[in-house]
Ligand binder design. Structure first.
Ligand code: PLP
Length: 410
């Protein structure tokens, strides 16, 4: 066969983090079939879809089964009924005005954050916070933008901005000029947030350096502390320099149903090879129209149902349920004398391991407490020495898991 592979794929260092965790868990479960494992690793939800969501979903399926109301391909960018509800409910209350053409409905923030980089030339310098949601890095590695990974665990052409307890999880602005910055707040994996003033520094940096911020707000719905920005567009000047990603996965249990959106303001311009301005919004529109055929009609109707008064109430009950779990995790770890971060405006709890590397502590929790966590090192070099637990299991399992962990000697 003369077909040549994309060589950049060979630069991806590790198996995707969650694949490696699943491998270790499967191996342990095979050897210990009676072990009752509690999974608090991957950020998947457990609460079922809200009643109003299920009803809207079913109604839409019935429409498709009737010749009078059948629909085929929908708009690649999403149906206006959902886009309008996004603008009215998710942005208007924040004082952010958007046009329908600036919102693109998709099948996931993973796809959007992974795909977006293909709009940019290979020689852009990207910056990520460290630890980081692995999709931002790996999608750039696949595109040939990263160079090789060094012994230190850093790709040579990616700028890493450490976020650790030393800087209170507020990464410093890059000391060199970068072109594209991935920010995720509330943060996965650390569960920490930025204030408006802190986020403004990034927007100002982007203005000064002609940079673009790709802002992942997949966990926005967990913010309850007043004053924490829900959207980067709450920051003055952000519409010229930022794209925002949101998802229905965590807010409404759509991890298996699949629906998300991204906002690409018409004010954002990048440059062509001759230095001429190129508007970003039509580029993303072009990309989506060519490579994507839209999210299914019933899924978009199901997503729309979360904006009804009943839907809002129901999804809030689910969010409150996870928030209670997060509190249980935080308080138990703190009682054990561990340093705990996140878990307030986020479903993720990030804590310092007791002087042991994070994969070893992952193994201890797996083998001795039968609890599946996520090792911080899997999210980047600065995650070493930390572990992540998620609040997405049932309340009963969360209490049981924390009881088991608190009995461990370490
Ligand atoms: N962005 C972040 C930061 C995430 O943690 C996740 C999922 O865990 C996603 C995006 C993926 O979202 P979706 O399910 O919409 O693809």
């Amino acid at each position: 066969m003369a077909v040549k592979v994309n060589e950049y794929y060979s630069l991806i260092q590790n198996n995707y983090l969650f694949v490696e965790i699943a491998r270790r868990v499967d191996e342990y479960q095979k050897e210990n079939p009676d072990a009752n494992l509690i999974k608090m690793g991957i950020g998947d939800v457990t609460r079922p879809l809200a009643k109003s969501v299920v009803e809207a979903f079913k109604r839409a399926v019935d429409e498709l089964g009737d010749a009078d109301t059948f629909r085929g391909y929908g708009p690649e960018q999403g149906y206006d009924f959902l886009i309008e509800d996004v603008i009215e409910n998710d942005y208007k209350p924040l004082g952010v005005e958007l046009k329908n053409s600036e919102v693109f409905i998709s099948d996931g923030a993973k796809c959007d954050t992974g795909n977006f980089q293909e709009l940019f030339s290979k020689d852009n310098i990207i910056a990520v916070t460290d630890p980081v949601y692995p999709v931002y890095v790996d999608s750039n590695v696949m595109a040939g933008r990263s160079g090789k990974m060094g012994e230190d665990g850093f790709y040579e052409n990616i700028v890493y901005l450490p976020a650790t307890s030393e800087n209170d999880f507020v990464p410093s602005l890059p000391s060199e000029k970068v072109d594209i910055i991935y920010l995720c707040y509330p943060n996965n994996p650390t569960g920490t947030t930025l204030t408006k003033e802190q986020l403004k520094e990034w927007v100002d940096y982007a203005h000064k350096n002609d940079a673009l911020i790709l802002f992942d707000a997949a966990y926005e719905s967990f913010i309850k502390t007043p004053g924490i920005p829900h959207s980067i567009f709450e920051i003055e000047g952000a519409k010229d320099v930022a794209v925002e990603f949101r998802s229905y996965s965590k807010v409404a249990g759509f991890t298996g149903t699949r629906c998300a959106y991204c906002v690409v303001p018409e004010e954002v311009y990048v440059k062509d090879a001759n230095g001429n301005k190129v508007q970003l919004n039509p580029l993303w529109n072009r990309r989506q129209s060519t490579k994507f055929n839209g999210v299914s009609y019933p899924v978009q109707r199901a997503a729309q149902a979360i904006y009804t008064p009943e839907g809002k109430k129901e999804i809030q009950e689910n969010l409150d349920y996870y928030v209670k779990n997060a509190q249980v995790i935080r308080e138990s770890l703190e009682k054990m004398g561990l340093k705990v971060y996140g878990g307030v405006d986020s479903p993720y709890i990030w804590f310092k391991t007791p002087n042991i590397d994070s994969w070893s502590f992952f193994d201890i929790l797996l083998k001795e407490a039968h609890v599946v966590s996520t090792p911080g090192a899997g999210f980047g070099p600065s995650g070493e020495g930390y572990l992540r637990l998620t609040a997405f299991n049932t309340y009963e399992n969360t209490v049981e898991a924390m009881d088991r962990i608190s009995k461990l000697e370490f």
